[in-house]
Design a protein. Sequence first.
Length: 134
Amino acid sequence: MTESTGFGCAACCAEDAVVARAHHQSHTGVRVEQMIQDDSHFIVSVQRCGLCSQAFVNVFTEYVDWVASRDAQYRTVLPITDAEAEELKTGRLSPHRAGALGHGRRHLQSDWPSEAGEPSVYWDSGVFEVREGR
Ligand SMILES: [Zn+2]
C-alpha cells in the first residue's frame, strides 16, 4: 500500500495544480487549523480542507531580496494524516522535519523567485527540504 493516493478531494488535491492552489488560497477552501511557527519569513501551519476535512501542512518561506523589488517566496502544501497533524500541533514533530512526510506523497509547490512575474505552481513528489527564510 502506498501513500500516494487517498488524500483530499477533487478541490484541494485537484489534478491541475493551479486549480488546487486557488482552492487553498480561498477563505472558504482551506482554513488554518493551527499555526505551528509564525515568523515573518518562515510560516508553518496545519490547515484543513473545508470540503473533505483533509489536513495539510503548509510551509511558507520568504527570502528577502535587497536588489529585486519583490522578495522570493516559496510555498509547499503537503497532505498529512490526522495523526501527523496532531504530532505537528503538539510539537512532537518539528516543522523542519515535515519534508520527510513527503516521501511517496504528492505536494503542491508554489515557487515565486523575485525576478519572476508570477509564481510557478506544480505538483511535486518526494521528500522536500524545509528551510527558514531570512
Ligand atoms: Zn478537500
